[in-house]
Each structure stands twice: as C-alpha cells, then as structure tokens.
Design a protein around this ligand. Structure first.
Ligand code: ADP
Length: 234
C-alpha cells in the first residue's frame, strides 16, 4: 500500500487529503495547528499535530517506507524550505513542495525538492493560454518541450475525418485520443474504447463532430503554430 505524508493543511493540503482519503493508501497528515489537524482527523490514517521544522518530530513519523512527502506550508516560506531540507537529509526519495514565488521555487529545488508545484503561476499561465485560444480546453506540459492538449474542434474540422484534417502532416501534431460527449455508435471507426466515450489512437476514418474533444500531442512550437492557425480562422 502507498504511504503518503502531507505537511501543511491549508486549502491546498486539505484538498489533497480529501482526495487521497478516497484512495486505498496510508495517509499521514501533519500541521502545527491542531484545529486544522482536527478538521481532517477522520480522513487521514495518522493525523499529527507538530512543528515539522523539527528534525526529531519528522523522524518520529517513521518515514522510512514513505513513498512521497508533500510540503505545502503556505506563506511560511522559511518553514517549507527548512522542512524540505530536513526531509532530504533524512533521505526521502520523493519530496514535492509547493512554491509561492520564483525565488521560493529555486530555493526549494536547491535544498532537495524533487518536484515543485507553483499553482498560482501554473493556473494563471493556463488561463492566459485559454483566453487567447478559445479552442484550448486543457493542457498538460510534459518534459522536454512536449505538451498534451484538449481541443474543441474548430468549425472547419467538423464533418471531416482525421485523415482529411491531417494534423500530423500539416502541424506535426498527433491526435492521440478523442473524447466523445455524444458517442457515435453507428460506425465501427467511432465506437469509443471506454464507457466514458474515449477512443485512444483513433484511426484516420474517425469523423469529427462538434461535440467531440480532441486530445493532441506535440511540441510547444507545433501546438502554438496550430493555435495561431485556429485563431486566424475563427
Ligand atoms: P495554502 O493556501 O498554500 O494551503 P495556508 O497558509 O492556508 O496555505 O496553509 C499552510 C499550512 O501550513 C497552515 O495550516 C500552517 O499551520 C501549516 N504550517 C506552517 N508552518 C508549519 C510547520 N512548521 N509545521 C507544520 N505545519 C506548518
């Protein structure tokens, strides 16, 4: 069974705990504030009130077989930096920390965070992209300059097959999946693979409807080029 520790039960940590509590994992929830710990006491396997900037306190959690520790201490930058440093000294393999500023992000990385979340910036970037590209519904940046995006098909895609729109040839972008909000069961090419209406690796004969969502994979440059094209046509 997975064992995950969440340190800092502000709105971020609380939401993490609420979601993780529905999975089959061992969950340790830590905060210096006992009221916050009380709020989640029925959701975590081990709710703990303590100051996590103290190394002995951290060690008392029995972190040896822990898969991952998430540090989300909000505006207390000093605490999150110190906690990440101590976790790294203790030898935790996967430390995920929440940053509030770019300097904070840099320091967390220097003291041993393996992954850094910067939700305020990431959500702002996502919103900015969606505001300027009306077709863009969601995107996931990947390592090494690739991105997966969910796109509402523009009008000039509708009624055409994937082969006809030839995204790979024209934009060097692969359509890796299609979500059908209203599944078309009339043609073998469009019957979804899952009950939720998802077709993975759709074939060239897949006919695009206005209620479909295209899931595409490409480099950042390639998808930006596609958005420029889509915006110029709408
Ligand atoms: P966010 O909105 O980013 O979740 P909050 O400020 O609401 O931020 O929450 C941060 C949480 O981190 C608070 O509940 C606070 O008590 C907790 N915290 C801060 N410092 C420590 C510490 N040294 N040890 C444990 N928890 C801490």
């Amino acid at each position: 069974m997975n064992k995950i520790v969440v340190i800092g039960l502000g709105s971020f940590g609380m939401n993490l705990i609420k979601t993780l509590s529905k999975k089959n994992i061992e969950l340790i929830a830590v905060d210096i504030n006992k009221d916050r710990v009380n709020e989640i006491k029925d959701l975590a396997t081990q709710p703990v009130t303590m100051d996590a900037t103290n190394k002995d306190n951290l060690k008392s959690l029995g972190l040896k077989d822990v898969d991952c520790v998430v540090v989300a201490c909000g505006p207390n930058l000093e605490a999150s930096i110190l906690i990440v440093h101590l976790l790294s000294e203790i030898g935790i393999n996967r430390i995920i920390a929440k940053a509030l500023t770019e300097d904070h992000e840099r320091i967390l990385s220097l003291v041993g965070a393996n992954e850094i979340l910067f939700p305020e910036r990431d959500i702002a970037v996502k919103l900015a992209n969606q505001l300027v590209s009306p077709n863009l519904m969601d995107y996931i940046p990947l390592e090494s300059g690739f991105v997966i995006e969910e796109l509402a098909p523009p009008d000039f895609f509708i009624g055409k097959t994937l082969e006809q729109i030839s995204m790979r040839k024209k934009f060097n972008i692969n359509v890796i999946g299609i979500k059908q909000i209203i599944p078309d069961m009339s043609s073998p090419d469009s019957i979804p693979d899952t009950d939720s209406g998802l077709t993975l690796n759709p074939g060239g004969n897949f006919l695009i409807k206005d209620s479909d969502i295209l899931i595409v994979l490409g480099t950042i440059e390639a998808v930006e080029k596609l958005h420029t094209k889509l915006n110029s046509k709408t």
